[in-house]
Design a protein around this ligand. Structure first.
Ligand code: AMP
Ligand code: FE
Ligand code: FE
Ligand code: ZN
Length: 290
């Protein structure tokens, strides 16, 4: 059986393995293909692809963009980004918003009496893009909280005392940016939208399909069997591609392993073949227009 993982993070965002080490680990895990999908950032893709060619594993250059959503979390995955300069302008804007937000979070923590500095957070991130998990790790190391989960619950989660909002594109904008770069937009972990009823989700998915959404991440460690079934049915009804991934973050999500999630996830190579069909279709269309 050829297995793949279509959702992973490296040190370029909030994972703990470098893009190169991530691909080596994927090889060790005998995966046939792996997609690197760092938050709001594509800087690791070259390195990952180069390592993929070296060790003989298919690497899909990707990204995960956080979008505006009233309750819960909305993430759109983009696969096979090729027009890097087009996407880079948008991503730079997100990276700047993220940087400013991080400063404000640290400021809020300081104001509530926690001795934390921005330099400590920078060190934790190892000089690359900072995410809330890095701030959470500093709080763990200082003994303020016992683990990352507690850091989020007590301080960093949406609505928490150190939460700071940042600019996010609308879902439609996020999909447009991905399509502009010839990427394939896929809705990540749909359960975080907090939409319980299949009918309600179908209405939104139908609208987003009109904006270019091509797939739904059906296989995901946080999905219950019922949710998985619901998203699978929805994808089939709307003729959207079914994908899946672990959302591997290395030690920043210690219970989640590459390829298998909590231990029993299986994503087949057929998902990659479907994504490639979408990719070819998108390329054909954009190149006709160009
Ligand atoms: P950011 O993109 O900087 O806003 O940070 C969001 C990231 O925090 C997500 O992508 C997750 O990796 C991580 N995260 C969210 N909630 C938790 C949690 N309860 N425990 C650990 N990590 C979390
Ligand atoms: Fe993350
Ligand atoms: Fe996500
Ligand atoms: Zn992710």
């Amino acid at each position: 059986m050829d297995l793949v993982d279509l959702h992973t993070h490296s040190t370029v965002s909030d994972g703990t393995l470098t893009p190169k080490a991530l691909i080596q680990y994927a090889k060790e895990k005998r995966l046939k293909a792996v997609a690197l999908t760092d938050h709001d950032n594509i800087d690791g893709n070259e390195q990952a692809m180069e390592e993929g060619r070296r060790v003989g594993i298919e690497v899909i250059p990707g990204v995960e963009i956080s979008g505006e959503w009233p309750h819960g979390t909305l993430h759109i995955l983009g696969y096979y980004i090729t027009k890097k300069t087009k996407s880079q302008n948008h991503l730079s804007q997100l990276q700047k918003a993220r940087f400013e937000r991080n400063l404000k979070i640290v400021e809020k923590l300081k104001q509530s009496g926690i001795p934390i500095t921005f330099e400590e957070v920078l060190d934790e991130a190892g000089g690359t893009q900072i995410g809330r998990p890095h701030i959470a790790q500093v709080l763990v190391k200082k003994g303020v909280v016992k683990d990352l989960d507690q850091a989020f619950h007590r301080f960093l989660k949406k609505g928490g005392p150190a939460y700071v909002n940042k600019f996010r594109p609308t879902p439609e904008q996020a999909m447009e940016w991905i399509l502009e770069a010839e990427g394939v937009p896929v809705l990540a972990h749909p359960f975080t939208l907090y939409i319980k009823k299949s009918k309600d989700l179908e209405i939104i998915m139908t609208k987003w399909k009109g904006f270019g959404l091509k797939g739904i991440e059906v296989y995901y460690p946080g999905h219950t069997p019922l949710q998985e079934q619901m998203y699978q049915n929805l994808a089939q009804r709307l003729e959207l591609v079914i994908t899946g991934g672990s959302d591997f973050h290395g030690l920043n999500k210690p219970d989640v392993d590459l390829g298998t999630g909590y231990g029993d996830m299986k994503v087949l190579y057929a998902c990659v073949e479907s994504l490639k069909k979408c990719r070819d279709e998108i390329r054909r269309k954009t190149r006709e227009i160009d």
